[in-house]
Design a protein around this ligand. Structure first.
Ligand code: SIN
Length: 330
């Protein structure tokens, strides 16, 4: 059988990181190694697919920008439209992988697999995890079962949906998980095995398009804490935020003083989404006043993913009911 054709888009991160010594696993330079060197380090890739690569960026993913997101979405759409292209693997820093993954889940309109992977140890470290993660990501992208399952995150032998994937640990190799829903599958001895599929709308069915765009509407995330008086709400609005995600307590609870400020922002047509600083769980309607103020519950999206959906929603509408519906569909 012909080998599948898989294209790698490299953006940097620890998988391309270089440290001063083989034992250093922190304090290294992310994104220092180019795609050609990464591919040469894993010759086994070519046993499972015809693999070529391209450098889109060479950054530490803490510095991820809208500009890189837009370039990635455009390049994925271009490549996947070709009959002779079967899937894409994106190498990416782990710090913002979950946001990039969810952004692409909503903006790349194809059934073909798009898989993000990275590493927790730099490429120069003893027992670097990057080569195995890259090999597993290519195996997943090249397997028929990954088709139609949306954008995936493959790290350390697990397959997560980009909607649910969260970086849960600062340094552990086993950092990605889907806290509320569980992984879609695993990669065992190089063999991808799926157990579930995402039901929320994604990729080919997504209503969102970023084609031809140069920027996205500004949206802020504000993080709840004891004695929060909401002074940052004003700062966000004054600095042009069209949307605010409030990472509230528990079930998206908002301290009374902050609620007053957010209600004022909502009256100025800023869209307010309630998410949570808790590690798992769904944010529901909760207090009647939240509904009266027009706040929208983020469902199971964490603040950083809720912000991605809010930015895309704001491209289409400022109608609160329509945006509320998006949070129940995507
Ligand atoms: C980054 O996100 O670029 C650095 C950290 C990592 O890749 O693990």
């Amino acid at each position: 059988m012909d080998k599948k054709r898989i294209y790698i888009l490299a953006t940097g991160g620890t998988i391309a990181g270089s440290a001063a010594s083989e034992t250093a696993t922190t304090g290294y330079r992310a994104g220092a190694i180019g795609i050609e060197e990464l591919l040469q380090a894993v010759p086994e890739l070519q046993d499972f697919a015809e693999v070529q690569g391209e450098q889109i960026a060479a950054i530490d993913s803490k510095d991820m920008t809208t500009d890189v997101w837009l370039r990635l979405a455009e390049r994925c759409e271009e490549l996947l439209a070709k009959d002779d292209m079967d899937g894409i693997v994106i190498t990416h820093g782990t710090d913002t992988m979950e946001e990039t993954g969810y952004f692409l889940q909503l903006t790349v309109h194809s059934d073909k697999p798009v898989v993000l992977t990275g590493a927790m140890r730099p490429a120069t470290a003893v027992s670097a995890d990057g080569p195995m993660n890259l090999l597993q990501a290519v195996r997943v992208a090249a397997c028929g079962e990954a088709r139609g399952k949306g954008v995936l995150v493959v790290m350390n032998g697990t397959i997560e949906s980009a909607r649910e994937a969260v970086k849960t640990h600062t340094t552990s190799l086993d950092t990605f998980a889907s806290p509320e829903m569980g992984s879609l599958g695993t990669v065992q001895d190089g063999e991808p095995v799926f157990y579930r599929q995402p039901l929320r709308r994604h990729t080919r069915e997504s209503q969102f398009s970023v084609q031809g765009l140069a920027k996205l509407p500004r949206a802020a995330i504000l993080y709840a804490h004891a004695d929060d008086d909401g002074f940052l709400v004003k700062a966000a609005v004054e600095n042009g935020a069209k949307g605010i995600v409030y990472a509230g307590m528990g079930n998206g609870s908002i301290p009374a003083r902050v609620e007053k400020e957010l209600a004022e922002a909502a009256r100025k047509d800023v869209i307010v989404v309630r998410s949570t600083r808790s590690a798992a769980g769904r944010v529901t309607k909760a207090e009647a006043s939240y509904e009266e103020n027009g706040f929208i519950a983020s469902d199971t999206l964490n603040p950083q993913k809720a912000r991605v959906l809010l930015q895309l929603a704001l491209l289409r509408t400022t109608d609160k009911d329509e945006i509320r519906k998006f949070y129940s569909i995507y």
